[in-house]
Design a binder for this molecule. Sequence first.
Ligand SMILES: [Fe+2]
Length: 204
Amino acid sequence: MGPALPQLPFGFGDLEPAMSRDTLSFHFARHHLDHFARSCALAQRAGLGQLALDELVLAAGRTPRLRTLYRHASEAWNHACFWRSMRAGGGGTARGAVGDILRRRFGTHERFVRRFHGAAATVFGNGWLWLTWKGDRMRIVATTAGDTPLTRGHLVLLAVDLWEHAYYLDHQNRRGAFLRTFLGELVDWDGANRILESHGAGAR
Ligand SMILES: [Fe+2]
């Protein structure tokens, strides 16, 4: 079967003005699809071409000689998480079960926002910021370069791409401004709730 061809859940211009058409189209076509194509080529060469993308990330992550394949496959997987973390007209205070758990875990939505920004600031250079569920607990996770929390058993509720290509055209080097826009205008809390619910997590 092999990895499914990446799809954007919205059109290139649908997130404007929060995320420009240029940012989204370059990001998807030149970064995500490039990682996907390289993953597929390397997976074929390694005899792993039949695996789905998450299976490929896990298999390559366990195998030191497949480090390059792991990096490309995890980047492809991470980008799919990022797209489904956003929607047109998104943003605002966390709601539903995710919002309830988030407020129990961090105190208030505003305290969560401060912790989220603080975690993003710890990523030196390229990386990712995540809201995950693992071990009956909601967690803020930061990873560097193309690493992913998938290999450590986290359920990803939200992903934010912190590579500079994710925001440079819209915000130049201001990562904080990008993250404020993500939380204020883009984040899809309903999507995060659907993931939590579909995995039966958060109810315990
Ligand atoms: Fe990216």
